[in-house]
Design a protein around this ligand. Structure first.
Ligand code: NAD
Ligand code: ZN
Ligand code: ZN
Length: 342
């Protein structure tokens, strides 16, 4: 093994990623080294590289939290994985394991949590250092590139739908049919829901229909709120907002049925106005949802391994990352780009 690796590095917020050789990390006690096979590109990576959020990563850093690869080295005391295992290094890179949230199996909100491709270097590199207690275990038969989008876009969508607290036959509205949303449509159908897809791009809506959506609404044509309420006969029981756009949040609350739940998952910087009277009088729940726990991850991967959910992806080399980011920013990526290291 050489002692450097190729990586795409964020050296300044908003600047292009720099593709260069950086030192190959070596696993210490309780750590593993994963040789990357594939890594999905999430819109979160774009927010990270732009420094969009209140708590910013420290520069320089390597983004990527949909990295899938094989364990090629281990430090002392690792028992959770074996050499050669295929694992994923997700956004939830590690947590403390003993705070009130970890004890409640809500490790995603642990105050000591580290985040892959954010507070720890991620998968836009030939190798990833990982914590074996928190990696995703990739089921046999699921190839690396197909697994990559599941470990962030998939688990986040799946958990977000569960947080909608809907039942089979209920209406789920999914706002934003990109990386997360195209999987949310499929999870929703696999969970027995009726799904209405909402986006501003007719191509994405046509794709949602091919994936099984029962109805589609273009969020920028006519009166989309009235249209959705008509299609769902009074609003969706659950609304999952994945769109990285504040206007979608305002709309999503208004698309929620009386006593329904609007789950916020997209993370555009900023705030959105909430119509207090409507939320109160209609007994609407507005709830944030952040990736998923290790249990959610195993469940989300099981849907993919069973063929009930399939990520649509386009392979690109690491060297194309700046072009991929520009396309993602413009809304020009049909579903997910996966960086191919094979
Ligand atoms: P993406 O760019 O692949 O998809 C976004 C989609 O939203 C596109 O199809 C776009 O056309 C659509 N869109 C844009 N404006 C819209 C509007 N006004 N109404 C409806 N649709 C609109 O992005 P992605 O990778 O799916 O990520 C989406 C968001 O989710 C990002 O903000 C990302 O940071 C966030 N995210 C959150 C979590 C979490 O744990 N909460 C996890 C992963 C990603
Ligand atoms: Zn992500
Ligand atoms: Zn904790």
């Amino acid at each position: 093994m050489k002692n450097t690796m190729l990586a795409a590095v964020v050296e300044q917020f908003g600047g292009p990623l720099v593709i260069k050789e950086i030192p190959l990390p070596s696993p210490g006690a309780g750590q593993i080294l994963v040789k990357t096979e594939a890594c999905g590109v999430c819109h979160t990576d774009l927010h990270a590289a732009h420094g969009d959020w209140p708590v910013k990563p420290s520069l320089p850093f390597v983004p990527g939290h949909e990295g899938i690869g094989v364990v090629v080295a281990m430090g002392a005391g690792v028992s959770e994985v074996k050499m050669g295992d295929r694992v994923g290094v997700p956004w939830l890179y590690s947590a403390c394991g003993h705070c009130e949230h970890c004890l409640a199996a809500w490790e995603t909100v642990c105050a000591q949590a580290e985040f892959g491709g954010y507070t720890k270097n991620g998968g836009f590199a030939e190798y990833i250092l990982a914590d074996p207690r928190y990696v995703a275990h990739i089921p046999a038969g699921l190839e690396a590139a197909a697994a990559a989008p599941i470990i962030c876009a998939g688990v986040t969508s799946y958990k977000g739908i569960k947080e909608c607290q809907v039942q089979a036959g209920d209406w789920l509205a999914v706002s934003g049919i990109g990386g997360l949303g195209h999987l949310a449509v499929q999870y929703g159908k696999a969970m027995g829901l009726r799904v209405c897809a909402v986006d501003i791009d007719d191509g994405k809506l046509a794709h949602a229909q091919r994936l099984g959506a029962d109805a589609v609404v273009n969020a920028r044509v006519g009166d989309p709120i009235a249209r959705l309420r008509e299609v769902t006969d009074g609003g969706a029981h659950g609304v999952l907002i994945t769109a990285p756009s504040l206007e979608a949040f305002h709309q999503g609350v208004a698309m929620t049925r009386k006593r329904g739940t609007c789950v916020l998952v997209g993370l555009p910087p900023g705030e959105f106005p909430t119509p207090l009277f409507d939320v109160v009088a209609n007994c609407i729940t507005i709830r944030g949802s952040f990736v998923g726990t290790r249990k959610d991850m195993a469940e989300a991967l099981a849907f993919a391994a069973a063929g009930k959910v399939r990520a649509d992806f386009e392979l690109q080399p690491l060297s194309a990352i700046n072009n991929v980011f520009e396309r993602l920013q413009r809304g020009d990526v049909p579903s997910r780009v996966v960086l191919d290291f094979s």
